[in-house]
Design a protein around this ligand. Structure first.
Ligand code: BG6
Length: 487
């Protein structure tokens, strides 16, 4: 059945950090651009005993703080606030949950989206409460934040709890990377151009690197983070989604089933990294005190205030066992307290089969395509070019970049938050940019094997000073195979 645009959004965890930092500013963005339906209402809910006025005052102050001045206008602010309401809820009290659900039912005049931005242990109980109040059926959708479990088993348990109430096509699992402009541009670049497809395979590509580097530490999220680590917090979701979009076959259409079927095939083709391979194919790291951008920063353990073996960095050498990618290493790495913030996909093409310049001593570097997603969106195609001028040995070559700066190209476009796209799609009922259950479970299955191997080997993560690109072992991971990380 074709979904109708939702007229009600219910945010669980509406006073929380994610809601204040991302969700409400994104809704403001949609309001500002006239993308919210006239009848659209937002009901915030959380444990805090606030009334509507104090909640709205909090939201307004927060938006004034966070929305860039150029995008902030009184009419849009008023427009959004008028759509807001608040009701406290106690998630461990089914009466309270039923009361909330009754209010949603009373106001209902169309589809409803529930956004669960709470600790995942509440997902099943919230869904159960909604279901008991007749809110799990046709015309309702549920958005789930990561992490969905800490392992395959945990994720199955949560997904089962949700599935008792919401059919899979009404479950929208958020991976906010999929809402990023740069990530959608990766899809557009691959499938909106005929140029790349013939080259996008093992015959022409030597190696792929995907880096998601952050300069921040764990900030105030130590307790959550320490229980999770870089593998569960970043690799299981954001990096593997980037792997999927980079490696998948062309879907027949840009629609939820076609795209997610192709992504799933990639996840299922990932060669397992188990106990026998973990030592040569994976590296876990943890930052010690150092300096990032010239400022001294403490080590992870100092920030946390207790001993821990949680990894803040992970690097992997992955393989996708299918025809397209046979033999091509996918080097994946992500870490906190890296020298700079950078999310990029680097595809290095194979070297020329024979260099006609070899006798002149000129080096011919392989071509590469760099798709930078953060901090700025940029596409660079690295080409060999003649260095201008004369030389006794003949011509000299150097590598230059065909450089497309997407901010410059689209300078008049506002930079959007990832949740703007995701909310709009959830409201419209389009799940293409959300993660399906089988994807998330295939990702956990792959990651679980690595975590099991680490656990079995018993070693501690290797240290790296904050402000560096991870432990030396991460360098060996590539260099052992004649490759090196792009830095
Ligand atoms: C979140 C992780 O999913 O992504 C955080 O939990 C991380 O640890 C964040 O900092 C990174 O997102 P972005 O959009 O800043 O790249």
């Amino acid at each position: 059945m074709i979904p109708h645009p939702a007229t009600q959004l219910v945010i669980f965890g509406a006073t929380g950090d994610l809601a204040q930092r991302m969700l409400l500013p994104s809704l403001y963005g949609l309001q500002h651009d006239g993308l919210l339906h006239e009848r659209f209402r937002i009901l915030g809910t959380a444990r805090s005993e606030l009334d509507r006025e104090s909640f709205c005052a909090q939201v307004e102050a927060n938006l004034k703080d966070r929305v860039p001045a150029a995008d902030l206008d009184a009419a849009s602010l008023r427009g959004l606030i008028e759509r807001l309401d608040y009701r406290p809820v106690s998630l461990d009290d089914s009466e309270s949950l039923h009361g909330l659900a009754a209010e949603v039912v009373a106001r209902r005049d169309g589809d409803v989206v529930f956004h669960l931005s709470t600790a995942p242990r509440w997902y099943a109980p919230i869904c159960r409460g909604l279901g008991e109040s007749g809110l799990g059926g046709e015309g309702t959708r549920v958005l789930l934040e990561k992490p969905i479990g800490k392992s395959l088993a945990g994720s199955i348990e949560i997904n089962d709890g949700v599935a008792r109430v919401f059919d899979e096509d009404r479950v929208f699992r958020v991976d906010h990377y999929l809402g990023k402009e740069g990530v959608q541009n990766l899809i557009s670049l691959r499938f909106g151009n005929a140029l790349f497809e013939p080259l996008w395979n093992a015959r022409h590509i030597e190696q792929v690197q995907i880096t998601v580097a952050e300069t921040v530490g764990v900030e105030g999220r130590g307790d959550y983070y320490d229980d999770s680590g870089a593998m569960r917090d970043m690799l299981q979701n954001h990096l593997l989604q980037l792997v999927c979009l980079t490696a998948m076959e062309p879907p027949s259409q840009f629609d939820p089933s076609a795209v997610r079927n192709e992504k799933l095939k990639v996840l299922r083709s990932l060669r397992p990294i188990g106990r026998a391979e973990a030592a040569t194919h994976s590296v876990a790291g943890q930052y010690t005190a150092g300096a990032v951008a010239g400022a001294a920063v403490p080590g992870y353990l100092e920030e946390l205030g207790r001993p821990s073996q949680t990894e803040t960095f992970v690097a992997l050498r992955a393989h996708i066992d299918n025809w397209r990618w046979s033999g091509v290493p996918f080097y994946l790495r992500t870490g906190k307290r890296m020298p700079r913030r950078c999310t990029e996909i680097y595809l290095q093409f194979r070297a020329v089969p024979h260099s006609i310049f070899a006798h002149t001593g000129a080096r011919v570097d392989p071509n590469a395509l760099v798709i930078r997603l953060q901090p700025e969106e940029r596409i660079e195609l690295m080409l060999m070019n003649k260095t201008p001028g004369l030389d006794r040995q003949g011509i000299r070559l150097s590598q230059v970049a065909l450089d497309l700066d997407l901010h410059e190209e689209f300078a008049h476009h506002r930079r959007r938050l990832a949740y703007e796209r995701l909310y709009l799609d959830a409201i419209e009922g389009n799940g293409t940019l959300f993660v399906r259950r089988d994807e998330t479970e295939a990702a956990w299955q792959w990651v679980d094997a690595i975590l099991d191997a680490w656990h079995h080997a018993g070693g501690a993560p290797k240290h790296y000073p904050a402000g560096t690109w991870g432990p030396n072992a991460a360098v060996s991971l590539t260099e052992r195979h004649g490759h090196s990380w792009r830095e």
